[in-house]
Write a protein that binds this ligand. Structure first.
Ligand code: LMR
Length: 394
């Protein structure tokens, strides 16, 4: 049977990881996959994560199954972290998932189950896994404009014009903060306009949030998600703990479904458990327990928040340094957007050919659409990147 398999297209981000590892040039710079790196290029285990793992090692007395939706303490602590008091806990159905991707996949299965004809609207551009999973599931999708290639900010007029074509019952996928791959984000007034539009149409917002704490702060980065959850009758949220807890390989995420109707919330909770059972039975627990241990302990939580703040401030400083360096070298403000963008990524806004040239001539690796992982830089490599950008004629 297996001779009938066809070659699958390589995932562009993951293929870049492989190419980087194979490059023998000592000066190579990895701005590819969205993994946080400190100034030495290491992806550290966060202090609070180490401490929580010690607590678990000492206190955990069983590795038996938990529940199909995962540990309720994990869901409660994540709902509190993300949604605060925006909605009543009783209106949120939630189930732990294997990472943010797992939560997205399961959300799409849920949408397909309940509304097979719904179109899922995606920003252009978006994280490549979104269209890829939608296509794999045989669902309908459409794009809305998002990125203004001149200003490198959000093309809000284009976005609103495209979202006006959304039909009742369609789903609109929005990045809660730190848009991947562009780094360009809506302000809260624009979020309110999008909410009003979706409510007028009767469309359902689906928020992917993987970088809470990487933009402006934990509550600042959650503000848009809270506004949506509090203002829309139904909201779907896929949250990842990979980045803000640095537990990438533990596969820790939460899918939330918010409704205004108790019976619908109960149905959603049952369906999330059912979907988990069909796909993998019980979700991974170790990462989830690390998260709930940290969030449930004042000392660990304070340490986690402090380290997350150091991480965020480090990325903001690199953004500022890169924008300043490029202003100095180019004698213009055209790279000022780098300091305005938020999160791990910025889309430089250049051609795949020039991205390739940076790789060939300077051993600088970024995704072909010119997405750069700012956390792949340090104070020494910023001037090297800036000079390479100018030399390449970008
Ligand atoms: C990324 O966008 O680079 C990360 O979210 C990693 C991934 O799985 O693609």
């Amino acid at each position: 049977m297996f001779e009938h398999l066809t070659q699958q297209p390589a995932d562009k981000i993951l293929a870049l990881m492989t190419a980087f590892r194979a490059d023998t040039r000592a000066e190579k710079i990895d701005l590819g996959v969205g993994v946080y790196k400190d100034a030495t290029g290491n992806t550290p285990v966060m202090r609070a994560v180490k401490s929580a793992e010690k607590v678990l090692l000492e206190t955990q007395d069983s590795k038996s199954y938990v529940g199909l939706a995962g540990d309720p303490a994990f869901a409660d602590s994540m709902i509190d972290l993300l949604l605060g008091d925006a909605v009543a806990r009783s209106s949120v159905a939630a189930a732990a998932q294997p990472g943010g991707t797992g939560a997205i996949r399961q959300a799409l299965e849920l949408i397909r189950n309940t509304s097979p004809d719904a179109t899922v609207w995606l920003s252009n551009p978006t994280w490549p896994n979104h269209p890829s999973i939608i296509k794999y599931l045989g669902m309908k999708s459409a794009e809305y404009r998002y990125f203004d290639s001149e200003t490198r900010g959000v093309d809000f007029d284009g976005m609103v014009a495209d979202l006006a074509k959304v039909k009742k019952g369609d789903v609109v996928l929005l990045h809660g903060c730190c848009h991947n791959p562009t780094g360009a984000n809506l302000n809260l007034t624009q979020w309110q306009d999008v909410i009003d539009l979706l409510n007028k149409i009767g469309a359902i917002p689906f928020i992917d949030i993987a970088y809470q704490g990487f933009g402006d702060g934990l509550s600042e980065d959650a503000a848009a998600t809270r506004l949506v959850a509090a203002s829309c009758p139904e909201t779907i949220i896929a949250a990842s703990c990979s980045k803000n807890f640095g537990i990438y390989r533990e596969r820790t995420g939460l899918l939330m479904v918010i409704t205004q109707d108790d019976a619908a919330t109960k149905l959603a909770q049952g369906t999330l458990a059912f979907l988990n059972r069909q796909n993998f039975s019980f979700p991974p627990d170790h990462g989830a327990r690390i998260v709930s241990t940290i969030l449930g302990d004042a000392t660990l939580r304070a340490d986690w928040e402090a380290e997350l703040e150091e991480t965020r401030n480090g990325m903001l400083a690199l953004r500022g340094q890169l924008a300043d360096e490029l202003q100095r070298l180019s004698g213009s403000d055209r790279f000022g957007f780098l300091a305005q963008h938020r999160g791990m990524f910025s889309r430089l806004g250049t051609t795949p050919e020039l991205v390739e040239k940076l790789r060939t001539d300077h051993a600088i690796y970024m995704v072909g659409d010119s997405r750069m992982n700012i956390a792949g830089l340090n104070a020494q490599t910023v001037p090297i990147l800036a000079q390479a950008i100018i030399d390449a004629g970008i």
